[in-house]
Design a protein. Structure first.
Lengths: 446, 571
């Protein structure tokens, strides 16, 4: 029996080898597996269209959030899935650096080199942007009306005292998309001013969610009114019937979601065909589906889009206000995440209290502006929007490197834990002092 | 002197009070824990104490030097203690009502009592917010009627509230099983001596059921201490479990601090368990006389009846509110900033119609197998701990309990890392075989079953086994005919808690499922809940999960009752 099976297996292997050698010339392998963070709304129409275009090849979807997806690809090196398909470009950078994805040259034309100021494909040819997305503000119309909030349009609007306790965001360390929003603000406004904006908005935050979808979820339910999200979360929620709206602030980056072929795939032809399909006009048109609502990277596809669909190739204000420097973003990636968590995520209560006191002092000073009160208020503001590390230091590879995973034979001069403890103490002390000063200012303006 | 000489001559197995079969079983249990818990977890967590220059305690020192972590540690202890208190307030009266009184809805409470353990991932969170959140139904109604809101879901108090609602069934199920096991003659003796009413309950009944209560309460404490889902749901990050999880998943798999936190949670959980079992040390809870069918069921009359009904209704309504929310979500169109959904529809059930059955059968298969393994392994460990002198029996006990504090993602990555290179005959990796998911569930849920088994065995008097052996029954026959039937209630409680919680396990499912046809319900819920349009279908799947668990719990209660009736008839 066993010998018989062995023989059968050998025949099968021979047949497979035969098929494989032919596949390079004409056919595709019978099955490919895609690891993806996209929802069913995205994967299902693509799967159906791809299988219709390539009968004989079945597409298997493995849903995982981005971190679990990267971990899965890393742990299954010996016998990997075929494609990785997700939003956050930084996850693809990680895969590329770890040598887990393969180079490829898509056989598709008509895609420009850049969208806004961001390169669509990886310049080294490892991963390919197929759908662009911008970042912005999403709000629940019922909530906004019930709480009589003005409609937010720009990041600066979210600093206003009326929004206290009404805004939500996901932590940049947990969500590649939020990280890009934060980095866009930092690059657009400059390091110190950008952080002061983030901290002032931070004062109004009601929660910092641990996953990017937590924010649209909460806005959809009306748990809080305003969320900082990637565009398709807002647009697709609206298309699904939720009472929400989405706006792009002037300062936004348009960044592509990507697809890549995993190194060691056993279906290289079918995997390549999938990449080509996703980039082709046919595949790109799927993105216009109201439940998906992402921006195609093929400019020609916008001709089929309904009126009012955002078009970054025509609307030059989209993604143009900031010249996004991805090298800079890359250099301080982990540091920015850690700093945001120390200053905002983990000290949200203290930050809220400080800014609440400052808002109260603001109102008091507006009624009766004494010199003493103004001085105290200025100091309180300074304390509540200060950061423990300068622009140059944050770029310094010596310091930024502390937050990277350790490399062999390269001991770190300072441990990450030491920096983080210092920053935590800095935040705690500053927020407490800011609160005290603001309360003094309120009393002084009485 | 002579006894000592005698014992020296006795063979080793005798001295350990073991038979050869039991020794083999102990070996199997040890191998199971070693291969699927210790080895995979060490392969991931090793970095915590392993620096570039070998063993290091640097990371441990960093932990205690970081004020955020000290604060998190304190918060976790506080929340766990308060959650035990609140859960006891809900669970102890419920358990008493169903075990001591002739309450008409006892079966229903038993079935529904397990349901709060089933909080489907994401859907449960959304439903909780829609009901209890700051703009949830309850607060919108309060605001409308009285002009104020209650922050049920904010900060540490919110965590305590949600955790108590979520985990009180641990106490309910274990305490009810324990109460049902008490020898009715004890109560009668108490009555003969003049005790009645409250003092009878406080001095006789409850103390005799203490093993069940301690099993449940210590599980609640440790589970809440190690729980990740609820703090994340409420965006409370200054507790230990979220700190560990956020470190591991955002800083990276090789970040040592996350594992130091995990290791500290493991140690602290074990200490808590140890303290709990100290509370039971030196006392005898066993019941010698059997066959009476446990406590006499008394009738509820007058005010007591009204009070009991009132309490049961309020407790069930509050603890099942998230599930009511899930049901409304699954039937509603859009539900946003309003008391109820805008309109109702069956469309979401139509959407899941095709894949639903597959997901349900997978869930029943995986969780059923996992819970069966748990009861087997848990029962074996309980037997070794309480009935033998085998060296290392407590090691087995503590290793099994330690899995409570191992984050699911760490176990899953460890399993992938250890078993991905081992190939099955059909060429697939062992780690991606669905059986691995069963094993991962079994490992993660083993502590629940083990606690129930320990409580059940504590109440069986050793003299009953000796009597059986004196009458010529072998160890196996004694086990089968005497011990197992007497433990049945506890074993079933263990099965139900393992099954119910495994049915909604996500973190390891997400890493170990590699084919859609192998996916359980929790994976389906995850896939749908990633988009706004998927909320309804995701909730519909959540409802399926709840139904599966409620049916399982009801069936096990029915079995236990049948057994009880049979025994009391025979007696």
């Amino acid at each position: 029996m066993e010998r018989y099976l062995g023989f059968r297996a050998r025949v099968a292997i021979a047949a497979l080898a035969f098929v494989a050698s032919h596949a390079t010339a004409q056919g595709l392998e019978p099955k490919i597996t895609v690891v993806t963070s996209f929802s069913k709304d995205v994967t299902q129409p693509f799967t159906q269209a791809f299988e219709a275009a390539h009968p004989g090849t079945k597409l298997e979807v493995l849903s995982r959030n981005t971190q679990a997806g990267v971990a899965f690809v890393r742990e299954t090196r010996a016998n990997p899935p075929d494609l990785f398909w997700a939003s956050a470009p930084d996850a693809f950078e990680v895969l590329k650096k770890s040598g887990l994805i393969d180079k490829y040259q898509p056989r598709v034309s008509g895609i420009p080199a850049k969208i806004g100021s961001y390169p669509i494909h990886d310049p080294d040819g490892f991963y390919f942007g197929f759908a662009a997305s911008g970042y912005g503000i999403m709000y629940n119309t019922r909530y906004v009306a019930a709480n009589r909030l003005p409609l937010p349009k720009e990041w600066d609007d979210l600093k206003k005292p009326v929004y206290f306790g009404h805004v939500g965001i996901s932590a940049p360390s947990r969500s590649g998309t939020t990280h890009l929003t934060v980095e866009t603000i930092l690059q657009g406004e400059g390091w110190a001013k950008g952080w002061s904006t983030l901290l002032e908005i931070g004062g109004n935050l009601t929660s910092v969610s641990d996953r990017s979808f937590g924010v649209p979820d909460a806005v959809n339910s009306g748990q809080y009114g305003v969320g900082i999200v990637i565009d398709f979360f807002g647009l697709s929620a609206k298309a699904s019937g939720f009472p929400v709206e989405f706006v792009y602030p002037k300062l936004t980056a348009v960044v592509p979601a990507n697809v890549a072929i995993i190194k060691g795939t056993r279906s290289p032809n079918a995997a390549a065909a999938f990449v080509d399909f996703v980039l082709s006009e046919k595949g790109q048109a799927i993105l216009l589906d109201p439940k998906i609502q992402r921006l195609p990277v093929q400019p020609a596809v916008y001709d089929k889009a309904p009126a009012g669909y955002p078009n970054p190739f025509k609307d030059t204000s989209l993604g143009a206000a900031v010249n996004f420097d991805s090298f800079l973003s890359e250099a301080r990636y982990e540091l920015v995440n850690s700093l945001y968590d120390r200053l905002i995520t983990f000290r949200l209560k203290e930050l809220n209290e400080a800014w609440k006191a400052i808002h109260a002092a603001d109102a008091a000073v507006a009624r009766k502006p004494t010199e003493e009160a103004k001085r105290l208020l200025g100091e309180a503001r300074g304390l509540a929007s200060a950061i423990p590390i300068g622009d140059a230091e944050a770029k310094d590879p010596q310091i930024a490197g502390v937050f990277r995973p350790a490399e062999k034979d390269k001991p770190k001069p300072v441990r990450q834990a030491e920096f983080e403890e210092r920053w935590d103490a800095f935040a705690k002390k500053n927020y407490a002092e800011a609160k005290a000063k603001a309360e003094q200012a309120t009393r002084a303006a009485r | 002197m002579s006894a000592l000489a005698l014992s020296r001559r006795r063979p080793l197995l005798d001295r350990w009070n073991l038979t050869a079969t039991q020794l083999v079983l102990a070996g199997l249990v040890a191998a199971f824990l070693g291969l699927f818990l210790v080895l995979p977890v060490l392969r991931v967590m090793g970095v915590a104490f392993w620096g570039p220059d070998g063993f290091t305690t640097q990371n441990l020192e960093d932990f205690f030097a970081t004020s955020l972590f000290r604060e998190s540690f304190f918060n976790s202890c506080y929340v766990a203690t308060m959650a035990v208190l609140l859960a006891s307030i809900i669970a102890v009266p419920l358990a008493t009502i169903i075990a001591r009184y002739d309450y008409p809805g006892a079966g229903l409470i038993h079935a529904l009592g397990a349901v709060p353990l089933v909080m489907p991932p994401f859907v449960g969170a959304v439903a909780m917010q829609l009901i209890w959140g700051r703009n949830g139904s309850v607060n919108l109604i309060l605001m409308d009627l009285f002009g104020f809101k209650i922050p049920f879901m904010e900060g540490l108090n919110g965590v305590i509230f949600v955790e108590a609602l979520h985990y009180f069934p641990f106490i309910l199920l274990n305490l009810a099983a324990s109460l049902a096991n008490i020898d009715g003659s004890m109560e009668e003796a108490g009555q003969n001596l003049g005790a009645s009413g409250w003092s009878l309950y406080r001095r006789i009944v409850f103390p005799l059921a203490l093993p069940g209560y301690v099993a449940g309460a210590s599980l609640v404490f440790v589970k809440v201490f190690d729980d990740l889902g609820t703090p994340l749901l409420l965006n409370v990050t200054n507790m230990l479990a979220p700190q560990a999880y956020l470190r591991i998943t955002s800083v990276g798999l090789d970040d040592p601090v996350g594992y130091v936190i995990s290791a500290i949670m493991v140690v602290f959980s074990l200490v808590a368990m140890g303290v709990a079992s100290l509370a039971l040390r030196g006392k005898d809870y066993a019941t010698q006389q059997r066959g009476g069918g446990g406590l006499g069921r008394r009738k509820l009359t007058g005010w007591a009846k009204v009070l009991a009904h009132g309490f049961v209704i309020v407790a069930l309504l509050v603890s099942l509110s998230p599930h009511l929310g899930i049901l409304l979500l699954s039937l509603g169109t859009i539900w946003s900033f309003s008391v109820l959904p805008d309109a109702f529809t069956f469309d979401h059930y139509a959407t899941i119609y095709r894949e639903g059955p597959q997901l349900v059968t997978n869930t029943v298969l995986y969780c059923g197998l996992a819970a069966a393994i748990d009861v087997l392994v848990g029962g074996a460990i309980a037997y070794f701990v309480l009935r033998t002198c085998m060296p290392g029996r407590n090691v087995l006990h503590y290793v099994a309990m330690a899995s409570l504090a191992v984050p699911g993602i760490v176990l899953a990555i460890g399993i992938l890392r250890t078993y991905y290179d081992i190939k099955l005959p059909d060429g697939r990796a062992l780690a991606t075989f669905w059986g691995m998911l069963v094993i991962a569930y079994a490992i993660r849920r083993l502590p629940y079953a083990l606690q129930s088994c320990l409580a059940a065995l504590r109440q069986v008097h050793g003299s009953l086994e000796e009597a059986a052996e004196n009458l010529g029954a072998g160890k196996l026959a004694t086990l089968r005919r005497i011990v197992l039937p007497l433990m049945a209630g506890g074993l079933l409680a263990g099965f139900v808690t393992s099954f119910a919680t495994a049915a909604v396990e996500l973190s390891d499912t997400l890493l170990l499922v590699t084919r859609e046809i192998d996916a359980p319900i929790s994976y389906g819920v995850y896939v749908y809940m990633q988009s706004p349009a998927g909320r309804g279908p995701g909730a519909a799947l959540g409802v399926l999960a709840v139904i599966v668990v409620a049916l399982g719990a009801w069936a096990s209660h029915w079995l236990a009752e049948k057994d009880r009736r049979r025994r009391s008839r025979e007696g």
